[in-house]
Design a protein around this ligand. Structure first.
Ligand SMILES: Cc1cc2nc3c(=O)[nH]c(=O)nc-3n(C[C@H](O)[C@H](O)[C@H](O)COP(=O)(O)OP(=O)(O)OC[C@H]3O[C@@H](n4cnc5c(N)ncnc54)[C@H](O)[C@@H]3O)c2cc1C
Length: 379
């Protein structure tokens, strides 16, 4: 069987790896460099966690981010917006949320197994702390914690000023750059093409500058470009910096009031920020966001910025589905790294007909169609 994988972000790299381990002939297409769409991320691995966005609680948080400059709304996908409005307030069934949590658990086990063979990508199960300055935000987080079923252990610390923190000891992180290098190095037997795919068809044809190639299956893991296939995906843009070490930072931290994350790595601190609804490549906002990050972390100097786009469904949860010979896996939103191995495994099962479609994970795939991908990813 010949399978094409379109997109060499974190999901596509795992898809190619799994297909190879099942002796499939694989061609992996990436328009830029391996990991280009994913490397800017903080690399926090949130295990069983999930974030739904089509509800009042998330909307209130988004409005706070708009008010304090952590977010901007420039443009959203039209299909995404109409689905978002139609599904607003819809609660999900516990078994569907359990399915998402299971993707996260598989992913965590997979990163742990990779690190056990060689720990060359800074994998640490050192815990995640969410810090809240504003009492209202902290109380809201506590209410949310109590209202949802979770298998995560969590330690709550309340401060005298009304703020506080939630510490998740079973969450971890990795160095995204080194993890991409590791996965790329281990692609032996996979044909890689650094080429932008023009179009993919339901019958398995991939069109690129190399010509038109028929495959038995095509798995598209092209992030926000998947919207060109008729799916309701919008882009939530953010920025990543690798700053000099901050000695007081011992584990991954999210400054929840600002949506800013910081992760201690061997060579410094990975910092991420920004929740902009836009498809633009313009990164003029990055310097203002970096100034705030520097103040919060007590860090100095200017460091180069990388930008990325969280591929986001109307409810904020991932999407894996199939129509004819075309399979799509996307929608990682803020947990794309935490879920990638799980998404990839399910996409490969669908491609090889070893598992049925999951009614929840494929919920938006009724409109999946042939489409033109070229130019959908900002350069
Ligand atoms: C600031 C920021 C911080 C984040 N932090 C975390 C975190 O701490 N933990 C976490 O779990 N997640 C995090 N995320 C989310 C995570 O980065 C994304 O969900 C993840 O990158 C999605 O992976 P993907 O492989 O599905 O898509 P992408 O990363 O978007 O990769 C898609 C790839 O497809 C390629 N491509 C697109 N079109 C074509 C084409 N036509 N032909 C060939 N190639 C193509 C692109 O170049 C790209 O490399 C963060 C995101 C942002 C923006």
């Amino acid at each position: 069987m010949r399978v094409a994988v379109v997109g060499g972000g974190i999901t596509g790299l795992f898809v190619a790896r799994y297909l190879r381990s099942r002796s499939v002939e694989v061609t992996l297409y990436e328009r830029s460099r391996m990991g280009a769409g994913s490397v800017h991320a903080a690399g926090i691995l949130e295990g069983h966690n999930y974030y739904t966005i089509n509800n009042l609680r998330y909307l209130r948080r988004a409005l706070r981010y708009l008010g304090n400059g952590s977010s901007q709304v420039r443009r959203v996908d039209r299909r995404w917006l109409s689905n978002y409005l139609r599904s607003f307030g819809r609660t999900l069934r516990p078994e569907d949320l359990a399915r998402v949590a299971e993707l996260g658990s598989h992913s965590l086990r997979e990163y742990a197994a990779l690190a056990e063979s060689i720990d060359d990508f800074g994998f640490r199960m050192g815990g995640l702390t969410e810090r809240y300055e504003q009492p209202r935000l902290f109380q809201d987080a506590l209410r949310n914690l109590r209202s949802r079923p979770t298998e995560e252990r969590v330690e709550v610390t309340e401060e005298k000023d009304g703020g506080g923190s939630l510490h998740y000891p079973d969450m971890g992180w990795l160095d995204t750059d080194r993890c991409i290098h590791r996965l790329t190095r281990e692609l032996s037997g996979v044909r890689t093409a650094i080429a932008e795919v023009d179009s993919v068809r339901l019958d398995g044809t991939v069109g690129s500058s190399e010509g038109s190639d028929p495959f038995d299956r095509v798995i598209v893991t092209a992030g926000i470009a998947c919207r060109r296939l008729g799916l309701p995906i919008t882009a939530v843009k953010g920025y990543g910096w690798t700053a000099p070490p901050v000695p007081s930072l011992r584990n991954a931290v999210i400054f929840a009031d600002w949506g800013l994350a910081a992760v201690p790595l061997a060579q410094g601190v990975k910092v991420t920020s920004g929740w902009d609804f836009t498809f633009s490549a313009d990164n003029r906002r990055a310097s203002a966001l970096w100034s705030r990050a520097r103040t919060l972390l007590g860090s100095d100097g200017n460091v180069p910025v990388e930008q990325g786009y969280r591929p986001t469904t109307p409810d904020g949860l991932p999407l894996v589905g199939r129509r004819d010979r075309l399979i799509v896996a996307t929608g990682g939103f803020r947990l794309g790294w935490s879920l990638a191995p799980g998404l990839a495994r399910h996409a490969v099962d669908l491609a090889l007909d070893t598992a049925p479609e999951d009614p929840f994970l494929s919920r938006y795939c009724g409109t999946l169609r042939t489409g033109r991908l070229r130019g959908a990813f900002p350069s």
